[in-house]
Structure formats: structure tokens, C-alpha cells
Design a protein around this ligand. Structure first.
Ligand code: ARG
Ligand code: GLU
Length: 712
């Protein structure tokens, strides 16, 4: 590790003129980058960013609901994240009467803040390299099972030692395919309430038209508050809980911004795949992504039309639509970008460099000389199983929704004897009946049937399960008619009645249900034929990647190495700047309120506004929130981010909050595979716009008053 850190700082000498920095850095080793960050304008020390013994920026950063990032901004536990990160909570509190999606919501006092069952926010207590302890006593020459068992035992002990006598939770995660391990100790808050949200016409302004695109004008934020027990420790929801008093919260930067300002993003990036083999990238670009894109295109054609036709369906499907559409559009951008830059050839070039370096001495040649070949050979042999796996995910998990209920029933019938023996059967059934409420609240059988018809044809065509599951229109129509007229999975009354009368005989009877029958058949094929082969492919690839990456560290000690994102806390830094996405074209670095009005005037429904915005724009009442007479809405930075960085604070040179990260530009969507410093930009909503919306637009000045504003 030491050697790796030294080589990192040396490598900066060659990079010094390039501001955009590839890499998602582990906070506990950030001191290795301190001098580079300071050279780029940062006024903080590494200890201000991450410290275990004193409060530091890290204590203000929360993993929000496991998928997004949020940050504390007041001494009373006030938490900011993106609108799209709080979207399912906002949607679940919405109804035709209380249409928070359309009109927004602002709690006037603590009592009006809305609880969210199951939502958590986690603070990282510490992140330590435990590679040596995990590998202690693991003998290289022993079988894979024996080594895994020894490692598991070590990890269990480490987790126990890290949490004993505390209310903390801990996990150990592999980095670099298991070349390194880190323990992550965290404090998980379980009472997180919705405080406020702007209407969709602000929080989702631009909708799918603007998603993944610059110039951008989305006020993508929502406001939550962490509650704790009276001892300030995490507690389950209770009316006795009080606002959490944080160790650190971020002051708000009201300083004027300019191109070149230092920016740092601190959050939880989900997944990157910088090391994949050229053959794998080709498989993704030419086969896997296009097939998934096609599946989602079909679902979206149904959902979008239905949402436009009825307000009720619009509310029911808005969160689901957003999530299907988001990855769909990103993939299109990714494929486009990787093709345009000929990513596969770039990879082949890198693989040649790797092989050439390995050929320079016998030791390297023995250890690393064959890896590139082996990886590409494995892709040729096994990627078919990943393709089938991806398609099954798209069909059985993202596609027709009644499969979700089928999985619940499957669990009940499979474990019937066990539940009965343990006396848990009735509780289990009650839970499922309750679950039916929230499922059917957001379900429309007509929409699901159309999705079923289109996706089933596509799935059968693509994966050709067996002779019986033929991609024949009449065959699929027959299935569809039976499932939507008779299955217990597509109608609430039938489903609940089935559960209420559930007895031993039902375990057998369900096999005749047309919906369950199809589910069972396809799931059986998936679990028996696809999953094991896909897992074997994935395991073998990861084993090769582990050695491949080790070779990169060893043979190219002066290159900048960073571990792929894995949903752990990371830091990335760059500056506020625009970009030149294509020859002859430039993106400026910020957008303003005027641009919102200009987009509104195009008449596209994604740019709808409520009358209040037009009025506010006319009055130009920007208060202290403007800069040189303009109200900044969004800006871009050269920070290396990915999914999961949504809601992440973009922090200035002094540790103040400049805005919330929420997206990347179209040309950046490929950065999960390949980062291009000239084109990759993250998209940020300016915190001054966020506060203007709270204060001036929504009349929630009391929230602004909770925060600390830094003007000079
Ligand atoms: N693209 C952003 C992210 O990946 C924002 C997604 C939400 N917006 C939307 N129109 N679906 O999460
Ligand atoms: N919107 C993404 C998210 O929810 C962040 C944008 C990105 O992927 O870079 O995490």
C-alpha cells in the first residue's frame, strides 16, 4: 500500500496541467492526494475531509436509502438529497387529493414531517484497510473452498471486534476484485422524515427529454430530516424521537462562482467497470445493451402513453417510469459514446501495452502474459450466459409486474412446511395481504397486460427458452388472455381471497394458475440453466480480473490506480468548468432561470411550469440568491461520478456546499467504462437555486434559516 501511495503522488507531476481527474478515491487514504488537491485550490487538509477521532466532512455525508447520497446541512438533522432520490417516498405520500408530485410539499413544523417506513440514512464511522487481517492464515496452496472459509472466519471476527459494545454495524467489502479488503463501520439511522419537495415542474423539470443532457435546468432536490432517540443515537420511528444533532454539517456557499473553482464530490458511487476486457466491452456495446434497450423501449411505449391518458395512472406509474427510463437512456448514451470514441480499439491498445510490458521479463510474462487472452477467450465462451441473465432480469424483474407477486407466492408455497412448523404461517400470510395494498395501489392490470404482450414476445424471441415457449403471437395472446382474466396475480380481490383461504391444498392448486405456471416454468429455467452458468462465468472473470489488476499495479507503478466504485464512500475532485463535447461545439458551465422559461416556451410537456414560476421570473425577485443579476440553476464540473453519486454534495475549496450532484452529460455516460477528461462532466444543481426555491418560491424560509450561509 505504501509503495502504491508514493507512486500516486509522483504520477501527478505529469498530470498537473489536466484538471479533470479520473478516479474515485477512498477517504481514509486521501492524505496521499492532499498536496495535489491543495495545488488545485483546496484550502482544507486531509484531516478536514476524513478523520476518525475528530469531526470532519465525512460526518456530514450520508448513504441515503442504500442507493443515493445525502448531506446534513443543519444542527437539527436537516438532510438534502435529490428529488429523484426521494421520489418513491414523495410518490408514496401522494394521491389525487394530495398531489405532492404536481404541487410540491412543505412541512411547516416538525409535526408535519412525514415518516418513511424502511428508509435509512447511514453515517460512516470509519473505513479501514483490513487486507492483511482478512488474509491472515490463508494458505495460497489450499483449495478455493478452504481459503474462502478461512477468510470468512477472519471477516466475522473483524466485524465482531469492530462492533462489540456499540450500536454500529459493519461490513467488509472487497476492492480491486479482492486484492484489497476494507472494513466499513457505520451508524444507521432509521427514522428519516420527508420535510419538503418542490413540484415535479421544478424537481423533475426537463423530465426524460433533458435527463443525461446538458444544458440542464432541473431543481433536483428534496429535503428530509434525520430523527434520533433522545440519546441522539439511531432509533426506530417513534413520536418520541427528536431531530438528530450531527457531528458535522455543511455550511452553504453563497460566494460568487467562477470557472476554475475547485470542486470536490463526496458520496457513494455505485459501480464502475474500468478494467473489462476488450471482448467484453464489444459484447456490451454490440449485444447486451442494445437488447436491453429494446426491452425497455417496449415497456416505456406502454407506460408513457398510459400516463399521458390519465392522472391516476400518471401518479401510479411515475416512480416506476422514471427508473426504467433512466437506465434506458443512459445505456443509449453509453453505447453511442463508446462507439464514437471506438472504446473497443482503445481497450485493445491498452491490452497490447499490458502484454508488451509483461513480455519484458520472465516473471511478469509468467504471471500476467496470458491474462488478456484468457479474459477474451472466456468472453467468447461464456458471455452468452450473461446475455441470458440480463434478459431474464429485464423480463422477470423489470418487465410485467405480476411476476413480483408470483415471487412472493413462490416463497410462501416453497417454505409452507417451514413456516407452519415455526408457527409463522399466519404472520407471513398477513404480511403478504398487507403488501398487496401497496402493490395494487400502484398497479394497473391493463398497462401490465400490454407490457406482458410486448415483452413476452421479445423475450421468447431473444432467449428461445424451449420448444413450448415459442415466440408465436397466437401462443402469447393465449397466455395473456388467461393470465389477465383468471390469474390471482393480476387482480387484488382474487389475490387477497387466495391468501385468506390459503391452506395446504393451495400449495398444489397454485401450480394451475396460468400466471404462476408461466412464472414457475421460466424461473425454473432461469435458476437451473442460466444462473449457475452465468455465475460461473462471472466468478471466472473476476478471478482473472483480480490478477489482471494486480499486474497493472505491479507493472505500471507510476500510473494512477483507483479501485472501481462499489457503493462505498469515495471522493473525486476537479473544477467548475464546461466542456467541448464535439468538434466545433462548446458547453458553457452554468444555466440560469431565463433558460427555464425558454424551454417552457417550446411547449414540450417535460418543460411544463406552474403559473407561479412565470410570475416569479417576471418579478425577478432573486434576493441574495443571484450572482451578477442572474439566478444560477445548474453548473457542470470535471468530477468523475457515477450512479449513486446522486445527491452527493459538491463541496468548495473551504468545505462549503456549492450544490447537489445529480447527473452527467450525455458524452459522460460512458465514463463507467472509460473516463475521458476532456468530455466527462457531472451536472450539479446550484445550492443558491435550491434555497431560492425553498424561500422565495415555496415560502419555506424557516428551513433556509436553519442553515449556515457563508458569503465571503
Ligand atoms: N440521470 C440521473 C440519474 O441517473 C437522474 C435520474 C432522474 N431523472 C429522470 N428523468 N428519470 O439518476
Ligand atoms: N443520477 C445518478 C444517480 O442517481 C447520478 C448521475 C450519474 O450516474 O452520474 O445516482
Amino acid at each position: 500500500m505504501k509503495k502504491f501511495l508514493v507512486s500516486l503522488s509522483l504520477s501527478f507531476i505529469t498530470f498537473i496541467n489536466c484538471f479533470a481527474e479520473e478516479g474515485m478515491l477512498i477517504p481514509s487514504v486521501i492524505s496521499a492526494f492532499e498536496s495535489d488537491m491543495q495545488a488545485k485550490g483546496m484550502k482544507l487538509s486531509a484531516k478536514d475531509i476524513y478523520d476518525v477521532n475528530h469531526s470532519s466532512l465525512k460526518d456530514a455525508i450520508m448513504h441515503f436509502g442504500g442507493g443515493c447520497t445525502a448531506e446534513l446541512v443543519s444542527g437539527k438533522g436537516l438532510l438534502l438529497t435529490n428529488h429523484h432520490c426521494g421520489y418513491s417516498q414523495i410518490q408514496s405520500h401522494s394521491s389525487l387529493e394530495k398531489d405532492y408530485l404536481k404541487n410540491g410539499f412543505w412541512a411547516k413544523n416538525y409535526a408535519e414531517e412525514l415518516p418513511n417506513a424502511g428508509l435509512t440514512a447511514s453515517r460512516m464511522v470509519r473505513i479501514d484497510d483490513v487486507t492483511a487481517s482478512v488474509m491472515f492464515g490463508v494458505v495460497e496452496s489450499e483449495s478455493a473452498e478452504k481459503r474462502a472459509a478461512a477468510m470468512r472466519k477472519n471477516m466475522e471476527q473483524l466485524i465482531k471486534d469492530a462492533t462489540v459494545g456499540t450500536h454500529y454495524e459493519a461490513e467488509i467489502k472487497p476492492f480491486n476484485f479482492g486484492n484489497h479488503f476494507y472494513i466499513i463501520v457505520k451508524e444507521v439511522f432509521k427514522d428519516v422524515r420527508l420535510v419538503g419537495t418542490p413540484p415535479n415542474s421544478i424537481g423533475k423539470f426537463g423530465g426524460d427529454t433533458d435527463n443525461w443532457v446538458w444544458p440542464r435546468h432541473t431543481g433536483d432536490f428534496s429535503v428530509f430530516r434525520i430523527y434520533a432517540g433522545t440519546d441522539n443515537k439511531p432509533a426506530e420511528y417513534s413520536t418520541n424521537n427528536v431531530p438528530y444533532s450531527p457531528i458535522h454539517f455543511l455550511p452553504i456557499s453563497f460566494k460568487n462562482r467562477k470557472v476554475g473553482d475547485f470542486t470536490m464530490v463526496y458520496g457513494f458511487p455505485g459501480e464502475t467497470e474500468q478494467h473489462v476486457a476488450s471482448g467484453y466491452l464489444k459484447f456490451i456495446v454490440e449485444k447486451e445493451r442494445p437488447a436491453r434497450i429494446k426491452m425497455r423501449e417496449k415497456s416505456l411505449s406502454v407506460i408513457d402513453a398510459a400516463m399521458r391518458s390519465s392522472d391516476e395512472i400518471r401518479i401510479k406509474y411515475s416512480a416506476k417510469q422514471a427508473s426504467i427510463a433512466n437506465a434506458y437512456k443512459k445505456w443509449i448514451g453509453q453505447v453511442d459514446g463508446l462507439k464514437r470514441l471506438d472504446g473497443v480499439s482503445v481497450k485493445i491498445g491498452k491490452e497490447k501495452e499490458y502484454n508488451d510490458m509483461a513480455a519484458t521479463n520472465d516473471k511478469w510474462n509468467g504471471a500476467y502474459g496470458q491474462l488478456v487472452n484468457q479474459m477474451n477467450k472466456l468472453v467468447a465462451e461464456g458471455s452468452e450466459w450473461e446475455f441470458r441473465y440480463s434478459m431474464a432480469i429485464e423480463y422477470l424483474y423489470v418487465g410485467p409486474e405480476f411476476y413480483k407477486l408470483a415471487r412472493a407466492i413462490d416463497d410462501l408455497t416453497t417454505n409452507y412446511a417451514k413456516y407452519k412448523e415455526k408457527g409463522e404461517l399466519n404472520a407471513q400470510i398477513d404480511k403478504m395481504i398487507k403488501g398487496a395494498d401497496s402493490f395494487f395501489k400502484n398497479y394497473d392490470a391493463g398497462v401490465d397486460q400490454k407490457i406482458f404482450d410486448l415483452l413476452t414476445m421479445e423475450y421468447f424471441t431473444q432467449v428461445n427458452v424451449d420448444a413450448e415457449s415459442i415466440a408465436d403471437v397466437n401462443y402469447v395472446n393465449g397466455l395473456s388472455k388467461a393470465i389477465f382474466a383468471k390469474s390471482i396475480l393480476t387482480n387484488k380481490d382474487r389475490y387477497v381471497a387466495f391468501l385468506q383461504k390459503f391452506k395446504e391444498k393451495s400449495v398444489k392448486a397454485i401450480a394451475k394458475d396460468p400466471g404462476f405456471k408461466l412464472y414457475a416454468k421460466l424461473t425454473k429455467d432461469f435458476k437451473e440453466n442460466v444462473l449457475p452458468k452465468y455465475q460461473a462465468f462471472d466468478d471466472q472473470m473476476n478471478a482473472l480480473l483480480k490478477v489482471y489488476v494486480q499486474g497493472k499495479y505491479e507493472m505500471f507503478p507510476d500510473a494512477k490506480h483507483w479501485a472501481d466504485a462499489n457503493s462505498t464512500l469515495r471522493i473525486t475532485y476537479g473544477q467548475l468548468e464546461g466542456s467541448s463535447p464535439t468538434d466545433g461545439m462548446a458547453y458553457t458551465e452554468h444555466t440560469t432561470l431565463d433558460g427555464i422559461i425558454a424551454k417552457y416556451n417550446t411547449g414540450n410537456p417535460d418543460f411544463e411550469l406552474l403559473p407561479r414560476m412565470l410570475e416569479m421570473h417576471k418579478n425577478k425577485d432573486y434576493g441574495d440568491y443571484a450572482q451578477d443579476g442572474e439566478l444560477w440553476v445548474c453548473f457542470t464540473g470535471s468530477n468523475h461520478t457515477t450512479g449513486g453519486n446522486s445527491g452527493s454534495p459538491v463541496i468548495d475549496a473551504n468545505g462549503n456546499l456549492m450544490g447537489l450532484n445529480f447527473d452527467r452529460t450525455w458524452e459522460s455516460t460512458m465514463s463507467d467504462y472509460m473516463f475521458d477528461p476532456n468530455r466527462c462532466r457531472n451536472v450539479v444543481v446550484d445550492i443558491r437555486y435550491v434555497m431560492w426555491v425553498m424561500d422565495k418560491y415555496s415560502g419555506a424560509k424557516h428551513l433556509v434559516d436553519e442553515m449556515v450561509l457563508v458569503k465571503e
